[in-house]
Ligand binder design. Structure first.
Ligand code: AMP
Ligand code: GLY
Length: 423
């Protein structure tokens, strides 16, 4: 079949790699893709948010199946629009995608289904936020309710800091419309894990666990990013905790979405904090995580396209996935200055040397080929250097050995990805 993958990040490079290996995939197109995805199919110059152009292209090429990587097109209703012209697509409907696109909606669904999450409130005007924050004396988390590329969350140590964050989001408008509403909630303490599951509306198939590293600095310090590295599996997640998360979070959210007439199909990603009071939801995402997808795809042995088709066809109950038992670690190399401003166009060298190491793959996130046919940086998170090893320590060592072989001006990475899993 002909498959069209939508997106252009490191996640899409990893998905393109796995989709291209499927026995069912005759040709893969990627809109817009990046130089990494071009190794596995045809990049098509259409922005991932240009839904009418994607739908038109899919019709003209007689695409059989569309896989949507990022949240923006899902929130805009790409799956509904493709269904409208009879093309099957992997991902939730516009309504169901609100679980990520509107943190206020997500809080409501969690509240009405008694799903454990941080205590919080949703605000749509600044004077209410101001009086709420001023009445508090503890650490608070302030979040833009809309989509902000993973950067819309400020974890604040005290109410003064929270007030500054609220002002920047709501009054200065640093995230644009995404900050018209705010969520202010209690700060949770614990280890974070990412739980990703295929969901066909009824059946939930949980993938191997992973852990992201959101802050820019070592030891989880500094501003939040889209994710600076990830590993899989996350050893803190015992079978008992996994059962509890299934029972208290995944099953009730899928039931709740059905009761709301917004049935959920696609990837459900639950970002969880393992607190002393039990696992609590930090956020839901409606797609694969980036960079979690990179180590997860390194470990998936089964045919990705088959399981995606089963998800859309409602036959997930017949699927069994096989995994490489060896752990995997992904270290993100970013542009100097990210998540603030940074320069593009830095020449990247050494990916071939890194990939010559057994067990290493370098997924490209923010890259392009310039006029002189050189691979250069184009974005904050440039590469996801990913390795498998017999132990998590060996996978970590190999990933950092590969990182050292790659160069571009201003390259930055955290030096402690997966350290928590080893400790
Ligand atoms: P979110 O996009 O909501 O997952 O938030 C991004 C990151 O901010 C999370 O991965 C956490 O590291 C942190 N965070 C979000 N909500 C909270 C919270 N209530 N308590 C502590 N940290 C949080
Ligand atoms: N890595 C976090 C995310 O994809 O939202």
């Amino acid at each position: 079949m002909k498959v069209l993958l939508v997106g252009s990040g490191g996640r899409e490079h990893a998905l393109a790699w796995k989709l291209s290996k499927s026995r069912l995939c005759k040709h893969l197109y990627i809109a817009p893709g990046n130089p990494g995805t071009a190794q596995y199919g045809t990049n098509v110059d259409i922005a991932d948010t240009d839904i009418p152009a994607i739908v038109k292209y899919a019709q003209s090429k007689k695409i059989d199946f569309v896989v949507v990587g990022p949240e923006d097109p899902l929130a805009q209703g790409i799956v509904d629009d493709l269904a409208g012209v009879g093309i099957k697509a992997f991902g939730p409907s516009k309504q169901a995608a609100q679980l990520e696109a509107d943190k206020g909606f997500a809080k409501d669904v969690m509240r009405s289904n008694a799903i454990p999450t941080a205590e919080g409130r949703v605000f749509d005007n600044f004077s209410d936020v101001q009086s709420f924050i001023s009445s508090r004396d503890s650490a608070l988390v302030v979040k833009a309710a809309g989509l902000a590329k993973g950067k819309g969350v400020f974890v604040c140590d005290d109410p003064d800091e929270a007030l500054i964050a609220a002002e920047r989001i709501m009054k200065e408008g640093i995230f644009g419309q995404a900050g018209n509403e705010l969520v202010v909630e209690e700060k949770l303490v614990g280890q974070e894990v990412s739980i990703l599951a295929f969901v066909d509306g009824r059946t939930i198939y949980v993938m191997e666990s992973s852990q992201d590293h959101k802050p820019i600095g070592d030891g989880d310090t500094g501003l939040n990013t889209g994710g600076m590295g990830a590993y899989s599996p996350a050893p803190v997640l015992t079978d008992k905790l996994m059962d509890q998360i299934q029972r208290e979070v995944l099953v009730p959210i899928i039931d709740g979405m059905n009761r709301n007439d917004t049935p959920y199909v696609g990837i459900l990603y639950a970002g969880m904090m393992l607190t002393a009071g039990g696992p609590k939801v930090l956020e839901f995402n409606v797609r694969f995580g980036d960079p979690e997808t990179q180590p997860i795809m390194m470990r998936l042995k089964s045919d990705l396209l088959e399981v995606m088709l089963a998800t859309v066809d409602g036959t997930l109950d017949k699927v069994t996935l096989e995994w490489d038992t060896r752990p995997s670690v992904c270290v993100v190399m970013s542009s100097g200055g990210y998540p603030g401003s940074y320069e593009n166009g830095k020449v990247i060298a050494g990916i071939d040397r890194a990939e010559a190491l057994e067990g290493v793959k370098v997924f490209q996130g923010g890259t392009e080929v310039n006029e002189d046919a050189q691979l250069v940086t184009k974005g904050g998170r440039v590469l996801g250097v990913t390795a498998v090893g017999d132990t998590i320590a060996l996978a970590q060592e190999l990933a950092y050995k590969a990182v050292k072989l790659i160069e571009f001006d201003g390259a930055y990475c955290r030096s402690d990805i997966a350290a928590k899993a080893i400790k």
